[in-house]
Design a protein around this ligand. Structure first.
Ligand SMILES: Cc1ncc(COP(=O)(O)O)c(C=O)c1O
Length: 379
């Protein structure tokens, strides 16, 4: 059976974790944490980065930093993971869901303005599959209405918009190192900060509402409780694992891109015949090969393709269910919006196996099976 995902180990993880354990500094904010944060700051140009125990945690920190309170509205695409919305709901926000674009599942920037009210505080673009949203359009609307932008870059490591690294364009951003991502630490995340005014408070929220970071730097002679917060930072053991992965970033990205390109080439004839749609990468975006998806013509056809591939020992999986139709949202909302493109992706998008150890021969085999499914049907 070809799995849908297989976490990749570079081979150095255990070595660095051993180092973290035997140097005796196990809690957070030690050498490995700082090394990982510096890697992101220097390579991509963030003003400051803080490792977290998940992308969900980084989004929760962002919601606190945006001063979200009861009644504030946050615009989020409905085609996304629960955390993009939930992190703000926990602070009391009302979520206003936006639809996807026709050409890819990202939020449609042209439909955002109509959703803005005097209570809107934040827009959350989610770079689906690591492909950039229309960030100029979104930042222009945000500036005009004095809104904050939190990029959900969970899937978007090492991907760019017009040459600018994703996560560095909005005010704040959140990345994931969950084992399904390109770079992993089991569970893990990172808060990217692009405006100096957030840095001091972010460090406090990160360290249980205390100014312990300042104390460790010798800037104050004692630390105490100064704000809200939680224990958002990972232990050094997790950061050590992540460091091993970051050292191999270029190799991992290169391999994934070669697999992605092989899928794209192999499935182009089927797309040209109109059986499926392939991912469209806009001119302004790069592809970090986080995911390879196809868009089927119907829910029913997708279900049959999943079953067909499974019969041939290939695991393919659909993705998000529309959040605006989720039990939680329906229970807590007065009106449910009509978001037809989001629903279409919820019904028709299918993800094919994508992981470092997948071989080009296996991709060929998967492509052949997808082709066979549609060609058999034609007979
Ligand atoms: C778009 C998006 N946002 C947030 C998350 C949450 O990430 P984590 O599992 O690191 O909390 C995910 C997880 O897959 C995601 O896909």
């Amino acid at each position: 059976m070809i799995p849908f995902n297989k976490p990749f180990l570079t081979g150095k993880e255990a070595h660095y974790m051993y180092q973290a354990v035997y140097t005796g500094k196990l809690s957070g904010n030690g050498v490995f944490t700082k090394e990982c944060q510096q890697f992101f700051e220097e390579k991509y140009g963030f003003k400051k980065c803080l490792l977290t125990t998940s992308c969900t945690d980084a989004l929760e920190m962002a919601a606190i930093l945006c001063n979200i309170g009861p009644g504030d509205e946050v615009i989020v695409p409905s085609y996304t993971f629960v955390s993009s919305a939930l992190a703000f709901v926990r602070q009391g926000a009302k979520i206003v869901f936006a639809d996807s674009m026709e050409r890819n599942p990202n939020i449609d920037a042209e439909k955002i303005e109509a959703l803005i009210t005097p209570r809107t505080k934040v827009i959350v673009p989610v770079h689906y599959a690591g492909v950039a949203c229309d960030m100029d359009g979104i930042m222009e609307i945000a500036d005009r209405h004095h809104l904050l932008v939190v990029e959900d870059a969970a899937q978007a490591i090492d991907s760019y918009y017009k040459g600018r690294p994703l996560g560095t364009i909005g005010h704040l951003s959140a990345f994931s190192f969950h084992e399904t991502k390109n770079i992993i630490s089991g569970e893990g995340g990172l808060l990217g900060i692009n405006n100096e005014r957030f840095i001091r408070r972010a460090e406090i929220i990160w360290e249980k509402g205390t100014n312990r970071s300042e104390f460790f730097r010798g800037e104050v002679n004692k630390y105490g409780w100064v704000d809200t917060g939680s224990s958002f930072l990972p232990s050094e053991v997790i950061s050590a694992f992540l460091w091993a992965q970051l050292e191999s970033l270029d190799d991992i990205q290169g391999k994934r891109k070669s697999l992605w390109n092989a899928y794209y080439e192999g499935l182009t004839p089927l797309a040209e015949k109109g059986f499926i749609r392939l991912p469209q990468i806009p001119d302004y975006a790069t592809n970090n090969a986080h995911m390879f998806y196809i868009v089927c013509r119907s829910l029913e056809e997708r279900a049959r393709l999943i079953a067909y591939l499974k019969e041939h020992d290939i695991l393919s999986v659909f993705h998000y269910l529309s959040l605006h139709k989720s039990d939680f949202y329906v229970k807590h909302s007065e009106a449910i919006p009509e978001l037809s493109l989001c629903d279409m992706y919820a019904d028709c998008l299918l993800r094919l196996p994508m992981f470092y150890e997948l071989t080009l021969e296996q991709v060929d085999g998967i492509v052949n099976n997808v082709n066979a499914f549609f060609n058999d049907k034609q007979k």
